[in-house]
Structure formats: C-alpha cells, structure tokens
Ligand binder design. Structure first.
Ligand SMILES: NC(=O)c1ccc[n+]([C@@H]2O[C@H](COP(=O)([O-])OP(=O)(O)OC[C@H]3O[C@@H](n4cnc5c(N)ncnc54)[C@H](O)[C@@H]3O)[C@@H](O)[C@H]2O)c1
Ligand SMILES: [Zn+2]
Ligand SMILES: [Zn+2]
Length: 380
C-alpha cells in the first residue's frame, strides 16, 4: 500500500509499504478514505521528537472496515468508522474512568498510545491506504449515513474537535463565561467552536496569522492579533481589566513571540496574566518531558520558567494533557449529524496522499491560507 513515511527532519516520503494484517482477534482493518495532517505531526516532521525513521505517520483517520478479527462483536465489514487518535483498551484503570488518553495497556510502561506518534507505542499511522485498529469494538466510532456528504466534518472527531472540546472542559467553560484561547490553529479554532456551542459569553482567540484569525471570527470569536505582542493588554481591555473567566492553551511548547522566535513559556505566562483570579486554565497544547532541539536551556530538560507566584496569588487552577477523545466523540458526532456543529469549516486543502509532502511543507510553514489539510488516499 502507499503510505506517508517519516524519513528524518522535514523529510517525509510517500512510499510502498506492506499492507497491515489482523494481528489479534480484536483488531479490524480499515481502508482509509480521509486522513488529516495535524499540528502534532509537525513536532515530528520538524525533528523535535524522537520519532523513529521508517514509521508511517497519521493519527486523524476515517475509513471503511474491510476485515474484522474473530473476536470483534459490534463492528462489521462495510461499517464507516472514525478512529480516535488514542489507541485504548477500554478495560484498564484509566480507560474505565473515561481517561482513554492515558490507557495503561496499549503502550506498556507509559500512559497513552496513539497511531503514528513518537513515544506513544508501536502503532502505524493512517496516512496510508490501510490501517490496523486494535481493540476495535472500543476504538471504532460508527458513523451515520450522512457520512458520504459530511465526511470532512466527521473526520475531525478523530482528534481536533474532541481535543478543542476537551480544552474547554479543562478550562471549565460554561454558558455566559468569557474565555481566552491561545492559538488559532486547528485545535484553537475547534476550542472556539466548542466554546460557542457551550454558550460562552465572550470568546477571544489570540494568534498572529490573519487567515486563521478570520476563521476564529467565523466561529463566533473576537480575533486578538498579537502581531505587536500586546495580546494580554487587549484581553484585559475587553474584560474590564479583570481578565477572562477561563483560558485555553492550544499552542504548546513551540509557541513563538511576535517575531516568530520560540519562547517556550510565553503562552503559559500570558494565560496566567489574561485570566482572572480564581479562573481555570485548560492546557492541551503539547509540552514534552525533554526537548533536546530547544534553544532554551530549561526547555531542553522539559522545564519552563512558569510564573507560578502569579498563578498561585490568583488562585487559578490548571488541567493538562492529551485529550480523551472517547469521552466526547459520540456526542460531538451527534451534533454534526444534527447540523449543530460543522468542524470542517477550518479545512483549506483537500489533497491526495501523493501530495502529502506539499501539504506538510505548507502547513509547517503556516503559509497563508493553509489552515487544515485533509488527504484522500485512493484518490489520484
Ligand atoms: N492534547 C491533545 O490531545 C492534542 C491533540 C491535538 C493537538 N495537540 C497540540 O495542540 C497544539 C496546536 O495544534 P494545531 O494543530 O492547532 O497546531 P498549529 O501549529 O497549526 O497551530 C498553532 C497556532 O498557534 C499560534 N501561535 C504560536 N505562538 C503563539 C503565541 N505566542 N500566542 C498565540 N498563538 C500562537 C500559531 O501561529 C499557530 O496558528 C499543538 O501543540 C498540538 O501538538 C494536542
Ligand atoms: Zn492530531
Ligand atoms: Zn486502557
């Protein structure tokens, strides 16, 4: 089969790879019809993780089941399914509590597994024609009949729509509250979409890219352009000097100042400054335990100069981590079916799998108009 394979920093190739096979009776095989490029893929693409060369990327996958292991009960050949990026068992101590982003079975010795992801187990990614899905009964989300017309909406259930929603849950966004969201990438935009669905009173999204900020406005948010580095002042002005009730970090450890230089503690400290005393912070941008590629001495060791004193004095609370996609994907699917959510509004490019190198390059450079790339394996 054809697949997108990581070869080294900024070097991915579309190559012939062996087809996956059923390895356990609880597996299914899926023919992928849509697979996305994610901001998380870029950390790997840029060589800022310990991703092994020769591995297939891709954790935002949707397709058709073509084969099911003997022990699979609820999923049938022909089912159209979306796969959460987390590979999870469904029966461990964390999965039982809905914390499928921290499954203890799927990646032994660590908490959390994913397809085509550095440090998250041996699973191949779905930027390919076929994908093996472990624990299929638990991991496959069946899609309704309107998938043929809404496939680009449903594929966002694999990661960024539930992840954006998770950010708003961690930040305790409730009807009427104001929320500031750092990052107008796909994840920040999905956090804005989720906050709007939840009835947030005021949604403010910070970025420096005009194309992305325009989409934030489309999601019902106030765009905060940080091109001058004064986003905190702008948010304080919009909130009577108090700060927002809640805040979401949707950028991660490669966040930049307005000159485009990486400043790893910038969004975290801006979040503390721009959220009111006693407010809640949801941090779903990725931060790593080690980042040898960082320029910053602390960041190399996965440490941040975090403004803990201010955070403490303000009595804020914070929650972090990978999204537990399974905790939300069913309900969010039903919102799409009911035409109450349309996460595909962020898609800028629909490419074939063969065009993956072009997709990665442009999305990585945050080139104007490249906000979200979906790929269609099997289409030429
Ligand atoms: N926790 C999870 O489960 C989960 C899931 C998916 C993605 N992620 C992470 O979420 C983050 C965002 O993903 P994405 O796909 O939207 O990526 P992206 O890289 O496309 O978007 C990040 C955006 O942040 C902006 N940005 C950079 N510095 C900023 C700053 N100082 N202030 C405000 N905005 C700034 C960039 O201009 C960009 O538009 C990444 O770290 C990704 O790995 C986490
Ligand atoms: Zn993703
Ligand atoms: Zn588990």
């Amino acid at each position: 089969m054809r697949a997108v394979v990581y070869q080294g920093p900024r070097d991915i190739r579309v190559m012939d790879m062996p087809d996956p096979k059923i390895e356990h009776p609880t597996d299914v095989l899926v023919r992928i019809t849509t697979t996305n490029i994610c901001g998380s893929d870029l950390h790997m693409y840029e060589g800022r993780t310990d991703m092994e060369t020769g591995r297939i990327l891709g954790h935002e996958n949707l397709g058709t089941v073509i084969e099911a292991g003997n022990a699979v009960m609820s999923i049938k050949v022909g089912d159209r399914v979306c796969l959460p990026f987390n590979v999870a068992c469904g029966f461990c101590k964390n999965c039982e509590r809905g914390l499928t982003g921290f499954c203890l079975t799927a990646n032994p010795g660590a908490a959390g597994a994913a397809y085509g992801f550095a440090g998250m187990g041996p699973y191949s990614g779905g930027q390919a024609e076929y994908l093996r899905v472990p624990y299929a009964d638990f991991n496959c989300l069946k899609l309704p009949e309107d998938v043929e017309e809404k496939e680009n909406d449903y594929v966002m259930l694999a990661d960024i729509f539930p992840t954006g929603y998770h950010a708003t849950e961690l930040a305790q966004v409730r009807p009427g509250l104001s929320v500031v969201i750092y990052g107008a990438g796909p994840v920040g935009l999905m956090a804005a979409h989720s906050a709007a669905i939840k009835g947030a009173g005021k949604i403010m999204v910070v970025d420096t890219h005009q194309d992305r900020l325009a989409l934030a406005e489309q999601a019902g948010a106030i765009a905060i352009d940080d091109s001058n580095g004064d986003c905190v002042e702008q948010i304080l002005e919009l909130t009577k000097g108090e700060g927002a009730d809640c805040g979401c970090e949707c950028v991660g450890y490669q966040c930049c100042d307005h000159h485009g230089h990486e400043v790893p503690n910038l969004t975290m400290n801006n979040l503390v400054k721009s959220v009111r005393a006693t407010g809640s912070l949801g941090v779903i941008g990725v931060f790593l335990a080690e980042d040898p590629g960082a320029h910053d001495k602390l960041a190399k060791k996965g440490e941040l100069a975090f403004d803990f004193g201010r955070f403490w004095m303000k009595g804020q609370r914070m929650a972090t981590g990978q999204a537990n996609v399974k905790a939300y994907n069913r309900q969010l699917r039903d919102l799409i079916e009911a035409d109450k959510a349309n996460p595909s509004f962020i898609i800028s490019h629909e490419l074939s799998l063969e065009q993956a190198p072009e997709g990665y390059k442009n999305f990585d450079e945050r080139n104007d108009g490249w906000t979200k790339v979906v790929m269609k394996p099997g289409k030429r």
